[in-house]
Design a protein around this ligand. Structure first.
Ligand SMILES: *Cc1c(COP(=O)(O)O)cnc(C)c1O
Length: 456
């Protein structure tokens, strides 16, 4: 594929990619198409354009173009915080006494605090380009809502965020950051939408869920002129935008002649992991190199490891298209796990297909073990990691400790997706010893999976 690129793909002076890489172009088995929940036929561009803006519909459906140019306006925005640092964790290596080399790509060096800004600015840009007034979205832990509010403020777009009610109440500072950037923030479920009113009538005491907030945001986008819906993970277009993480990482590693043996990332909807592994997985798919890829998920929300590869709704209100993915069922509400960004019931269709084809692995980790790793990392590497990111840290440390036993000098690369300043209540519970590790039973997962939509 490399010799078919019509233009340079890196800005020479800074290693900033000039194009995103579309991993789907190199996949033999393409991810399954989104289905219209009414007709069970693949969603057409015309149907999707009621929900998403035109350029993003095109990116969502494009399984063949390997490189898609990053518009200059988006690159200008990226320059404020990219290239993101690729750090060799010398201090952690020394502390662990491992012969392994550990590298991490740090995506927390922007005010929103995570990698989500990479796709937020792209989605907001295309909405603006289409002449829209604004966008709607959901947010769980608040990182996506914050990133999108920043991007919308920069471009002068209106931003309506439906925030899962329990986060809205527990994370007032996240809410205020979004309002500082000019977004309106509504606790979900709300009385503003038909789907919200219906959920409230059935469950008056509910504290909300991500799937429920998605239903509300989609309803508002599709019934308000000049608005479209945007989503922070799972979709093909989001993985495409996040490929910038992997492209920068690969450019830096190639420059110094370093080749990772194992690449690790936490997986909520799969966007950071998909972005980090994209160019490396591309090489593996084309037979040019081999790597081990490990997705890390919380034991409380184990989509890959205990879910089913099947068509399911992307939301609880069952108004969104069906996606074929590893899912725990769209009604699955994970128990309190502080890594809010990893609580989604489904997984990116691209990563789901790669996992089904045996091209990557997945493991689960328990919450208290994750926070032990987070604390260890914070004390030695100087960064206070987000709970989500700390899932990857846990597995990277375990891998490095295994190398210590075997004497292997492996090169480990992991994605450090963000910072944890807004997650101090979770850290507090860990320090106070009140944090629990809840793992759903087989019966609970089977019950949720028994309600998957019938598509055959
Ligand atoms: C949202 C989020 C995640 C998980 O989302 P993915 O789409 O799976 O990447 C991980 N880390 C942080 C810091 C997040 O905000």
């Amino acid at each position: 594929m490399a010799n078919t690129i019509p233009y340079k793909i890196y800005l020479e002076e800074s290693e900033m990619p000039l194009a995103w890489y579309n991993l789907r172009a190199d996949m033999k088995n393409k991810p399954a198409p989104l289905l219209n929940p009414g007709t069970l036929q693949p969603m057409t561009a015309a149907e999707l354009s009621g929900v998403f803006c035109g350029d993003l519909v095109e990116q969502e459906l494009d399984d063949t173009t390997p490189y898609i140019e990053i518009p200059e306006e988006i690159r200008d925005f990226y320059k404020m915080y990219r290239p993101a640092p690729l750090v060799r964790a010398y201090c952690l290596e020394k502390k662990l006494g491992t012969p392994a080399k550990i590298y991490y790509k740090f995506e927390g060096n922007n005010t929103s605090g995570s990698h989500k800004l990479n796709s937020a600015i792209a989605q907001a840009y295309y909405a603006k380009k289409q002449g829209l007034k604004g966008v709607t979205t959901e947010t769980g832990a608040g990182q996506w809502g914050t990133a999108l509010s920043m991007a919308c403020a920069y471009l002068g777009l209106d931003c309506k965020v439906y925030m899962v009610k329990c986060s809205y109440e527990q994370k007032p500072f996240r809410r205020e950051v979004m309002r500082t950037y000019g977004a309106s923030v509504t606790p979900s479920p709300s009385n503003e939408t038909a789907v919200g009113r219906k959920i409230l009538a059935e469950h008056p005491d509910t504290t909300g869920s991500l799937g429920c907030a998605i239903s509300e945001a989609v309803e508002v986008a599709t019934t308000t002129p000049g608005y479209r819906y945007v989503l922070g993970s799972v979709l093909n277009q989001v993985l495409l935008h996040q490929s910038i993480i992997g492209l920068e990482t690969k450019a830096a590693m190639d420059k110094y002649g370093v080749k990772p043996d194992v690449i690790i990332g936490c997986a909520g909807g799969g966007s950071n992991l998909g972005g980090l592994i994209s160019p490396f997985m591309g090489e593996k798919l084309r037979g040019e190199a081999d790597y081990r890829f490990i997705a890390v998920e919380p034991a409380s929300c184990p989509s890959f490891t205990r879910g089913k590869f099947a068509y399911d709704f992307c939301d609880t209100g069952m108004v969104c298209p069906l996606a074929k993915m590893y899912t725990l069922g769209c009604g699955f509400i994970p128990s309190a796990n502080h890594a809010g960004g990893l609580r989604y019931h489904g997984m990116s269709p691209v990563l789901s297909q790669l996992y089904a084809d045996g091209l990557m692995e997945a493991v689960t980790v328990e919450q208290t073990k994750v926070f032990e790793a987070a604390e260890q990392f914070a004390r030695i590497e100087g960064i206070l990691p987000a709970p989500e990111s700390s899932h990857a840290i846990r597995v990277a440390i375990d891998e490095a400790l295994r190398c210590k036993e075997t004497g292997e000098e492996k090169t480990i690369l992991f994605g450090l997706t963000g910072t944890g300043y807004f997650d101090m209540v979770a850290y507090e519970k860990f320090h106070d010893g009140t944090m629990t590790d809840y793992i759903p039973t087989d019966a609970e997962i089977a019950e949720s999976l028994s309600k998957l939509p019938k598509t055959e």
